[in-house]
Design a protein around this ligand. Structure first.
Ligand SMILES: Cc1cc2nc3c(=O)[nH]c(=O)nc-3n(C[C@H](O)[C@H](O)[C@H](O)COP(=O)(O)OP(=O)(O)OC[C@H]3O[C@@H](n4cnc5c(N)ncnc54)[C@H](O)[C@@H]3O)c2cc1C
Length: 396
């Protein structure tokens, strides 16, 4: 039995970010916490790898130099499509596409270099509450910890502990496939990504995406379909059928080869984010329900969790009773809360073409008027304010 102050379960972006933010609070945390990971980096991970500014800014504020020194594609323009209408959201960059496997391996290497103890190939199997803390049994060891951070993703053990009456209606369906592409394809030369909500006029409560990416440094097209299921009583969409039908670049035959899917637990302001001695971050707490964006929010959750944890240990009060409030009023809480609001209305009403055309007209005006943040890489970290989650102007 090993005694430890804090166990972080999961070494995805949420777990790594929480640990790094704790180190920023106090270097002594490197001796007081252990990160447990059931796999070993580089580990397989189904994800399109798009990281928006909220995540990139978190990485930079953690001391990483941007752009990260791993293969990536910078997206200068996100095209939000509905039928023949396009809202062009522009940024410098708007977001960056990484190979998720390489990104997570890079982040875990960086964390190790800062002195964080990551134990790989060690899977948490049971968690039981004892007086004074949790007893955690893994495939290798037994730990007694004063508190736990649940960073183990949408299907993790910690979310089930916090949310005993699971909320299946807060789980999105996502499928993805990756095909080789060429550097001279317009997605690469013009640096754009497509988010097509046209299939939402049928039963889809989400969109089709197409991102240029680099897998093993080979140009590739990452395509997929996100279905929020925010209106759980509505008919379920046929995701592979939509993926095949919407392949706009003429590779429909190969598109569904190697197709994989994964559930995604999304954020709602009424989610439970903690119980005494256990708090959730990243997918376990909830991703953006509008687009299924989780990497940037996961990195940003880490900062809020670290503030709550550091405070809790200083006062020896592990109730985490202010975590929910701290989260909801934070930058990431407001980011996710506004996405939840738009998703709730959009995916309940998207069967109505009048509503969708109204939304597109409103979106075009909004993005034309929204102040555009400066180029990310040239911004002085000390001058960076809130994350630029909305950016760009509208054409057409
Ligand atoms: C098809 C698809 C495409 C996506 N595309 C994007 C995108 O382009 N951009 C974006 O922002 N988001 C995207 N997402 C969402 C994104 O992948 C997640 O939100 C993100 O991975 C959240 O990070 P996390 O650290 O919370 O969880 P994870 O990255 O899932 O990390 C959890 C970690 O916990 C470990 N773990 C789990 N259980 C245990 C256990 N019992 N013991 C020890 N370790 C354990 C796992 O091995 C894993 O390493 C996509 C998701 C899917 C399914």
């Amino acid at each position: 039995m090993q005694e430890i102050d804090l166990l972080i379960i999961g070494s995805g972006p949420a777990g790594i970010s929480t640990a790094l933010h704790l180190l920023q609070q106090d270097a002594g945390w490197s001796e007081r916490m252990i990160l447990l990971e059931k796999a070993a980096h580089p580990r397989p991970k189904l994800c399109a790898g798009g990281v928006t500014r909220i995540g990139l800014e978190a990485l930079r504020d953690l001391g990483m130099n941007l752009p990260l020194p791993i293969p990536n594609v910078e997206i200068e323009e996100a095209r939000l499509v509905y039928q023949d209408r396009v809202i062009r959201v522009r940024g410098e960059p708007e977001f960056v596409v990484y190979n998720r496997i390489e990104l997570d391996a890079y982040l875990s290497d960086f964390a190790r270099q800062q002195g964080i103890n990551i134990r790989e190939n060690e899977s948490v199997q049971t968690i039981s509450l004892n007086p004074g803390g949790f007893e955690v049994e893994t495939s290798q060891n037994t730990y007694r910890a004063k508190a736990i951070v649940g960073a183990d993703g949408s299907k993790g053990i910690t979310r089930r502990l916090v949310d005993k009456h699971e909320t299946p209606s807060r789980v999105a369906r996502v499928i993805e496939t990756v095909n080789p592409a060429k550097d001279n394809q317009p997605q690469f030369t013009q640096g754009y990504a497509i988010f097509d909500l046209t299939p939402s006029q049928e039963s889809l409560q989400g969109y089709y995406w197409e991102f240029p990416s680099r897998v093993d440094n080979i140009p590739s097209l990452n395509r997929g379909v996100y279905d929020s299921r925010i209106a759980p009583k509505r008919e379920k969409a046929n995701l592979p059928g939509i993926l095949k039908e919407l392949t706009v670049t003429g590779q429909a035959e190969s598109t569904t080869a190697g197709l994989q899917g994964h559930p995604l637990h999304w954020f709602s302001p009424s989610n439970r984010f903690s119980i005494p001695r256990l708090l959730l971050v990243g997918d376990a707490a909830g991703v953006d329900p509008l687009f299924g964006e989780g990497i940037g929010p996961a990195l940003a959750y880490g900062k809020i969790a670290a503030l709550e944890l550091h405070n809790a240990y200083r006062k020896s009060d592990y109730s985490f009773k202010y975590y929910r409030l701290r989260l909801l009023v934070s930058n990431v809480g407001r980011y996710l809360g506004s996405r939840w609001l738009v998703a709730w209305f959009s995916y309940h009403l998207n069967w109505s073409r009048v509503f969708m055309h109204g939304l597109w007209s409103f979106g075009k005006i909004m993005f034309a008027l929204w102040p555009k943040p400066g180029p990310l890489y040239s911004m002085n970290p000390s001058k960076v304010g809130s994350a630029g989650d909305q950016t760009g102007d509208s054409v057409k």
